[in-house]
Ligand binder design. Structure first.
Ligand code: BGC
Length: 336
């Protein structure tokens, strides 16, 4: 009995210390992220906004009013940074991103600032390493005074020549750069091999940092979510017509991915974020709604925060900017 009481006291003291000074821990921050939305294919386009979708401050009110709490802002920072040291980020670009960040914070959203689509680093990790760290040095300095509702994500979907081994070596260096001026800002860390759960076994999370959230992306079954997706290549045409019916086997596969991530996260004591999931509009609407609902539900059941890919741009969009209307079946499949 005495033992039980002291364990209880210990747990209560721990919970209290996590909030000492009003600073919520990473798990508490993670709980406030969902449901979440990717503001994708805009600042991560080539060049930023180059795919024809323009960032608008009013979007964040629309997103928040629908019930979303977290917003991931993918940014192709390297496209606006100098090629030689000190790799200066164009101040006009900072100003454009900051206007949107302020609008999102003003709408009450918690924002993940994500370094997206750094193709040069994937092709030449050694050659671009100094530039990557130099850009992070500027980001960390520029955003150091921001509220804790601004989170950083070190790098979207490492792949190609940025192998799991090289990612494990680069990740703590980027985190150390961030920590110089942002000692307790929550930082999201993803997996190699395009951010999927398959690369978890090889991921070495920096030890001893209590403000890390593990992030993964899940687009499986890929032939379903990426059918007809031009950016994947011509082979995606052959996947057209693939359905997702919510069968026992399909649900079992989906759960398998989540269980694997959950086991890793428990072993490492980190909260989990599902940073991207979505399906191409070449898939039939019924399958998309079922799959999206199953993914969102699974994320809630496992206690993962979750961000749908994406808001208004591209072919996975859940909001139609032309008509000013949500694709409501899809939106309802995301929301609890
Ligand atoms: C990419 C997008 C793509 C999405 C789904 C994202 O990480 O940046 O361009 O549409 O994944 O494939």
């Amino acid at each position: 009995m005495a033992l039980k009481a002291s364990i209880l006291l210990l747990l209560m003291a721990r919970a209290a210390s996590a909030h000492a000074g009003g600073v919520p821990d990473a798990a508490a921050v993670n709980r406030g992220l969902s449901p979440g939305m990717n503001y994708g294919a805009i600042f991560d386009a080539k060049p930023p906004e180059g795919w024809g979708w323009v960032a608008k401050e009013g979007d964040f009110k629309i997103i928040a009013a629908a019930g979303f709490r977290g917003l991931r802002l993918p940014v192709r920072w390297d496209a606006e940074a100098g090629l030689a040291a000190p790799y200066t980020i164009d101040p006009r670009f900072f100003a454009r991103v900051d206007r949107m960040l302020d609008a999102a914070l003003g709408a009450g959203l918690t924002v993940v600032l994500d370094f997206h689509n750094f193709d040069g680093l994937m092709a030449d990790p050694e050659g671009q390493k100094a530039r990557f760290l130099g850009i992070w040095d500027q980001l960390a300095h520029h955003y150091r005074g921001r509220p804790r509702r601004v989170l950083f994500e070190i790098l979207n979907e490492p792949h190609d020549r940025l192998t799991p081994g090289l990612w494990n070596a680069l990740l703590p260096r980027a985190l150390a750069v961030i920590r110089r001026e942002n000692p307790d800002r929550v930082v999201l860390v993803g997996t190699a091999d395009w951010g999927g759960p398959a690369a978890l076994d090889s991921l070495r999370l920096p030890a001893g940092d209590p403000n890390i959230i593990l992030s993964f992306h899940d687009y499986s079954p890929f032939h379903f979510t990426h059918q007809g997706a031009s950016w994947v290549g011509p082979q995606s045409q052959a996947w057209l017509g693939t359905r997702w019916t919510g069968s026992f086997k399909e649900n079992e596969d989906l759960r398998g991915d989540f269980e694997r991530v959950d086991a890793y996260a428990r072993a490492h004591g980190v909260p989990v974020n599902l940073g991207e999931y979505g399906s191409n509009d070449a898939a039939d609407e019924g399958s998309r709604v079922l799959w999206t609902a199953a993914m969102s539900h699974a994320a809630r059941r496992f206690g993962f925060s979750y961000f749908y890919w994406e808001f208004k741009a591209g072919t996975m969009a859940v909001y139609d900017e032309k008509t000013g209307a949500w694709r409501s079946d899809l939106k309802n499949a995301i929301l609890p």
